[in-house]
Design a protein around this ligand. Sequence first.
Ligand code: ZN
Length: 133
Amino acid sequence: MTMPACQSTRRDGSPCRATPTASGRCFAHDEKLRQKTADGRRRGGHNKATAARAARLPADMKALASQLMEAISECYSGELDPKRLSAMASGAGAVVRVHEVGEFTQRLDALEAAANGGKGTLAGLVSTYRRPS
Ligand SMILES: [Zn+2]
């Protein structure tokens, strides 16, 4: 007995072996499901917190996220080698960490400036501080 498989073909022309949905195609190849997911993403989706976070993402982070989502779909349908997805995810993680450090520094600077009555950052204060003689 053979397990049912997706009716679509992969990019390389071989048959997709992923588990199909009711449509007979896997979630990566199901056009209707793809459309639904895309619509949901455009409307902000059901998860408002995630959608709100995503809306605040800078354009390069949004591009990175959508590239990863696509890679996950392709990996699921067998078009993309899991090793490549893994390498992509690890590279994306590094990019996100660099971004986080930049954002953290900006937010800290803003907090310090606010706490300092708008007279500059704590780092600025420290650099101009003179020990009373
Ligand atoms: Zn498929």
